[in-house]
Each structure stands twice: as C-alpha cells, then as structure tokens.
Design a protein around this ligand. Structure first.
Ligand SMILES: Cc1cc2nc3c(=O)[nH]c(=O)nc-3n(C[C@H](O)[C@H](O)[C@H](O)COP(=O)(O)OP(=O)(O)OC[C@H]3O[C@@H](n4cnc5c(N)ncnc54)[C@H](O)[C@@H]3O)c2cc1C
Length: 507
C-alpha cells in the first residue's frame, strides 16, 4: 500500500474530504462470499503485505451467507460466526480476522463505497476516504427486494424481518425467540422463504406462506416437484396461500408491531411476526453508465473482466455467458460466487494460463429433512425420475435441443450428486425421453464414468474443457449394471452418511 497526497482530478468530493489517497494494487468492494474466496485465492497466488484491500459495509469479515437461513436460525444450537466464515463450505481454511491480518490484507469494515470513477481508478468511501487501485474486483452481491418497491407501505415495525446479512439474521433470531407458540407470515415462495418457514416451524411457530406464483420455486421447480414439497410443508402445519400478494400491514395499538397482514384477495392473516423473502436486486448502481450491463448485472467476459479492463466482477453482481448455448446469465448462488471469485483472481494474477470460465451452475438448498441440488439450466422439457417420497432420491432432468442441460436431485448420495453433475456437464444427446425417464438416476450413474474425470478439480474449471461428446441414451436395460454397482453404491452411501455426520455443518 502507498499513499499520495493528491486526490482524483475528477472527484471534487475526494478533493475536499480526503487529504491522502491510499493506493492498493488490488481492491475488492464487498465482503461477502465472493470476497472471501477471492482473498484466499489472492493469497494462494502470492499476494503480499499491503497489496490487497477489502472494503465492506458489513461489520464482520466474509462469511458463508447460506448459513444465515440454516444453522443461524436454529434456536436450540445456533451456528456461530466462527463456524461459517469463508471458506469452510469448500473445506478450505476458515478465514478468521487474524488470517487477514497475518496476510497483510487491509480490511476496511463497516464502510460503504459511495462512488467509483473507473476511468481514474479511484473510489470514495462514506468515511470520506479516497482509495486508488490498479485492479478492482466488484463483489458487491445483492440486497433483499423490499415490499416498498411493490408499492406496499412498510411500517418501521420491530417484528418485520428480512434476511440478507448477519444483522438481519440476528434480528430474525431475536424476533423468533419472542414468538415461540405464535404465528408467522412468510411472504415469498422461493428457496429462502422455504428455508425460513422450515426454521420457524422447527422453532414451534405456526407459519402461513403467501406468494403470487402457482407453486413453490416457480422459476426452478416443476409442478410435480413443488407439489411434493408443498405436501410436506402442509403436513408440518404450514398454510400455503398462492396466487395473491399482500396489500397492507395492520399495526397494533403500540404502533411498533405488525399484528396482521391484509391480502389483495381480501383475506386478513393474523401475525406475530412477518418474514419477507421476495427476491434480490444486484448491487451494481456504482457502475451504471460506466460499465456495460446485462441481465441487471455487470457484464463480464470469460476472465470475469468487465468492459473496463481494470474492473472485474463476480458473484451475484456479475452477468456472464454460461451453458451449452452460451446465454448471458446472472446467477444468484453461492457456488457461482465462490468459483467466479477464484477464477477472476486466477485471471488477474496469471492471465496467460487462465482459460475461459467454464462453469456448470450449481444451486442447492436445505430445509426440514430435505436437501437438493440443481445443476445446469432449467430449459426445455422436464423428465422426472424416482419415487417422490420422504427419504427417497428423486429428481428431474431437463432436455433442450435434444441435449441434457439440467438435473435436479433430492436426497442424493455424494456419488449420485457427482453423477448428475458430470452427466449435465457432458450435456449428452438425448433421443428418447421415455427411455431417459425409465433409466432415471441410473442414466447419470452410467454416463458419469464415461467422462474424462468424474468431477473436474477447481484448477480444471479454470480452463475451458473439450466440447461435450455425443452420448446416446443407452438402449439396453441397465439392470445388470445396477446389480453390479448396487453393493458399491450402498457402501458409498453409508460412507457418505458417516463422512457427512462427522464433518462440521456444511453451508
Ligand atoms: C440467507 C441466505 C441463504 C442463502 N442460501 C443459499 C443456498 O442455500 N444456496 C445457494 O446457492 N445460495 C444461497 N444464497 C445465495 C448466496 O449466498 C449468494 O449467491 C452469495 O452470497 C453471493 O455472493 P456475493 O459475494 O456475490 O454477494 P454477497 O455475499 O451478498 O456479498 C456482497 C457484499 O458486498 C457488500 N457491499 C455491497 N455494496 C457495497 C458497497 N457499495 N460498499 C461496501 N460494501 C458493499 C455487502 O454488504 C456484502 O458484504 C443464500 C443467500 C442468503 C441471503
């Protein structure tokens, strides 16, 4: 880190408020999932004392955000920050505050970046400090969508909760503790609403879920998949109200707490607390008019580099080309944040040896006793497989343009998840959907061993792999193969269960 005493010629605010400009080689804006993984990759690639600065408006070092709706909401044994700091979800080091100090990384916490001038390579914080960089990594993620954005007047009520960061989670835990035995209204039908509802029920709070779509997770689930989960939620006492939205809140006589929500269809739902989980908005406004945007995110190339060659973007804030059809997408998932961050750092530090970001999207969630993963793209026709019942592995494939492009699996073993990931990555040709349905999970298990490597290691995902082979759906029944592998599979499932149980909680 260096200092110089002149401010940016472009930034008049900087000229008046900052005497000194601190200079860093690399600056990361944001202190979430992507920032943590980027920091680790910078250190692995030899970044030295004072070269890297992370600026985050959160008060703590980067953590695995998915833990907020899982372990943290468990009132009996809440997960503590120390157990979910990045990068534990990938079985890497836990990056403690000491870790950042030891590696000479300048952490500027509780500080918002108010403006960035990408031409001058200079930013200004809300503390009035100007910081210059050679390379900027944008890891600003996203913020929760507010009901106010949908013209619903939001009261400043102490029992109205959102969930995006640790402060939100702490408030939600406090409100839940005061609501045991009461009634919660959860607004939203996506994965976050489902996870929150599950935690509320587990903590003995009666839940009503309200959302406008026809079923849970309308952007990903098919009707059949959603019906299964909705059936389970109902069996756990959750009331599900679809096809309508909230119109207003009713405040109690103390004017501090919501006591009911009114719905557009005229119903009134009493509530001792309300959780709003209706989606997110990427934090990209700093760069509007300065960088090329697409799909609401900062458009980046295969090196995660934006339209300004000194600015890279990763995680929820980035839009990039993914999948067999090369569509530009903005992914809002933890795995994408982790891997895009590492890839960007590889590209920054070693551009010649870093290929295009060859990413297979992975989205996962856990609620109640369920755990699912989705790989790839939800496009084309869905083909379901397995027995849709508690404890069974079941799922769906998506086939577009006669290619397998997406796979969903509930309650899979480690090997089964790896198999659907590998099969989806291979993108095999599918000529007969009935046959695919008949083979079910067996299809992925039979295709996966044909891949050059079952699961590409991280370093491999940094370079573009060969185009997918054409694999025709097996015409012959797979019964013999299944019999031969049955014992092995059973053994590996048992092994995975043991491994899973022994390990720290996964985020
Ligand atoms: C409760 C919860 C549960 C989730 N569970 C799952 C899950 O099970 N599976 C899954 O795949 N995904 C899950 N996600 C999504 C996943 O966590 C995100 O995709 C991931 O966090 C994105 O990482 P990111 O680094 O891009 O953004 P974030 O992790 O959101 O980090 C962005 C950081 O930037 C900071 N910031 C933003 N603007 C500024 C600024 N101007 N100045 C300073 N700092 C700034 C923010 O405060 C934050 O620290 C979950 C998300 C939430 C909220």
């Amino acid at each position: 880190m260096n200092s110089r005493s002149e401010a940016s010629p472009q930034s008049s605010e900087a000229e008046t408020s900052a005497e000194m400009v601190r200079e860093f080689e690399y600056v990361i804006i944001g202190g979430g999932v992507a920032a943590g993984y980027a920091a680790l990759e910078f250190v692995k690639r030899g970044v030295t004392d004072g070269q890297l600065c992370i600026i985050s408006d959160e008060l703590v070092e980067p953590y695995e955000r998915p833990a907020l709706s899982k372990g943290v909401l468990c009132l009996e044994a809440p997960a503590r920050l120390q157990s979910f700091q990045t990068c534990v979800a990938s079985d890497e080091e836990s990056l403690t505050p000491e870790w950042y100090k030891e590696h000479g990384i300048e952490m500027i916490l509780g500080t918002h970046v108010d403006s960035v001038d990408v031409e001058q390579k200079m930013l200004l914080t809300n503390a009035g400090e100007s910081i210059s960089y050679r390379i900027l990594l944008v890891a600003t993620g996203a913020q929760a969508l507010k009901l106010g954005e949908f013209r619903v007047r939001e009261p400043d009520a102490e029992n109205l909760c959102y969930l995006r960061n640790l402060a939100d989670a702490s408030k939600l835990v406090r409100v839940m503790q005061g609501c045991v035995g009461g009634e919660a209204v959860v607004i939203g039908g996506g994965y976050l609403a489902m996870e929150c509802a599950s935690s509320l029920v587990t903590n003995k709070i009666k839940v009503t879920m309200i959302f406008p779509e026809a079923h849970f997770m309308a952007r990903l689930f098919t009707q059949k998949i959603a019906s299964f989960y909705e059936g389970y939620y109902k069996a756990r006492g959750v009331e599900i109200i679809r096809g309508t939205i909230i119109s207003s809140f009713e405040i109690g006589s103390d004017s501090q707490k919501i006591v009911a929500v009114n719905l557009r269809d005229g119903r009134r739902m009493p509530a001792s607390m309300v959780v709003v989980a209706i989606g997110i908005r990427p934090n990209t406004s700093l760069f509007e008019g300065q960088l090329t945007m697409e799909k609401g995110g900062i458009k980046v190339n295969g090196h995660m580099q934006s339209s300004n060659s000194s600015v890279y973007a990763v995680g929820d804030a980035a839009a990039f080309s993914v999948g067999p059809f090369g569509k530009v997408s903005r992914l809002e998932h933890a795995d994408s944040a982790r891997k895009s961050a590492r890839h960007a750092v590889a590209a920054i530090m070693d551009p010649k040896n870093t290929g295009e970001f060859d990413y297979l999207p992975l989205f996962y969630s856990r609620a109640f006793k369920f755990a699912w993963r989705f790989y790839g793209h939800r496009e084309g026709e869905a083909v379901h497989f397995g027995e849709f019942s508690l404890g069974s592995a079941f799922g769906a494939y998506w086939v577009a343009n006669c290619r397998l492009v997406g796979s969903f699996l509930e309650s899979g073993s480690k090997e089964e998840y790896e198999a659907i990931a590998t099969a989806t990555r291979l993108c095999p040709k599918i000529e007969d959907l009935d046959e695919l349905e008949r083979q079910g999970l067996g299809f992925a298990l039979s295709v996966a061993p044909l891949a050059p490597e079952a699961e590409p290691p991280q370093s491999k995902s940094l370079a573009k792999t060969a185009p997918p082979p054409d694999i025709i759906v097996h015409e012959a029944p797979l019964h013999n193969w299944h019999a031969a592998t049955g014992v092995l599979t059973a053994a590996s499932i048992a092994g995975f269960a043991y491994w899973y149980g022994r390990k720290r909680r996964r985020w």
